[in-house]
Design a protein around this ligand. Structure first.
Ligand code: HEM
Length: 183
C-alpha cells in the first residue's frame, strides 16, 4: 500500500495548491481571470476532498496501527492531514453555500484566511510524509524556528482548545444573528 499512498497523495496536494491560487485570484483579482477562478474552485475542491479521502484511507493501510500510534512523526502526519481535510471541507461548504458571494465583501477575507490556513496545513502534512518516507525537506526547519520540532508530538494545551471552542461558538452565534438580520 506504500506505493499507492505515495501516488494518491499527489491529488490532494496538487488540488489544494491550485485551490489556494484560485481563492487568491478569485477573491483579490478582477475581470475574466477572477471569474474563471471563482467558477473552477468548487469542482476542484470536490475533487480535492475525494483525493484526500483516498490518501487518508490508504495512509492508514501503509503501517500497522501500533506503528502509527507509537511514532510522533506519524501521529503529527495524521493530525495535520485530518486538519487539512477539515479546513478544506469548510472552504468547500462556504463556496457551495455562498456561490460567488463568497468572494465579495467581508466573506472574501474569511475565504482567503481559510485558504492560507489550509495551504499551510497541507504543506506541513506533505513535509511530515516526506520525513516518514526518508525524504526530509528544509520546510521543517521553518517549523522548528517557529517553535515546533516535528519529531515531537504536536501539543496544544487544554486552555487553547477551550479558547478555540469558544471562538467557534462565538462565530456560530454571530453567523446565526447576521443570517436572521439579513432574512
Ligand atoms: C491528506 C492526507 C495525506 C497526505 C496529503 C499525505 C501525504 C504524504 C506524503 C507526501 C508522503 C511522502 C510520500 C513520498 O515521499 O513519496 C506520505 C507518506 C506517508 N504517509 Fe501520508 N498523507 C496523508 C494522509 C496519511 C494518513 C492519514 C496516514 C495514516 C497513518 C499516512 C501515513 C503515511 C506513511 C506511513 C507514510 C510513509 C510511507 C513510507 O514508509 O514511505 N498518511 N504521506
Amino acid at each position: 500500500m506504500t506505493g499507492i499512498h505515495h501516488m494518491l497523495v499527489h491529488f490532494p496536494v496538487g488540488f489544494w495548491a491550485l485551490a489556494v491560487l484560485l481563492v487568491l485570484v478569485g477573491a483579490l483579482g478582477r475581470g475574466r481571470p477572477a471569474e474563471i477562478a471563482q467558477a473552477a474552485l468548487l469542482p476542484l475542491l470536490i475533487l480535492s476532498l475525494l483525493g484526500a479521502l483516498a490518501a487518508i484511507v490508504t495512509g492508514f493501510l501503509v503501517w500497522p496501527w501500533q506503528a502509527n500510534l507509537y511514532s510522533p512523526l506519524a501521529r503529527n502526519h495524521i493530525l495535520m492531514s485530518l486538519w487539512s481535510l477539515g479546513v478544506w471541507a469548510m472552504v468547500a461548504v462556504l463556496v457551495w453555500h455562498a456561490g460567488t458571494a463568497a468572494f465579495t465583501g467581508a466573506r472574501r477575507w474569511a475565504l482567503v484566511f481559510l485558504a492560507l490556513l489550509g495551504g499551510g496545513l497541507f504543506a506541513i502534512t506533505g513535509t511530515l510524509g516526506g520525513h516518514l518516507a526518508g525524504a526530509p525537506t528544509a520546510f521543517s526547519k521553518i517549523l522548528g524556528a517557529l517553535g515546533w520540532n516535528v519529531y515531537t508530538t504536536f501539543y496544544v494545551p487544554g486552555w487553547v482548545l477551550l479558547v478555540l471552542v469558544l471562538i467557534g461558538l462565538g462565530c456560530a452565534v454571530l453567523g446565526v444573528r447576521i443570517g436572521r438580520k439579513a432574512a
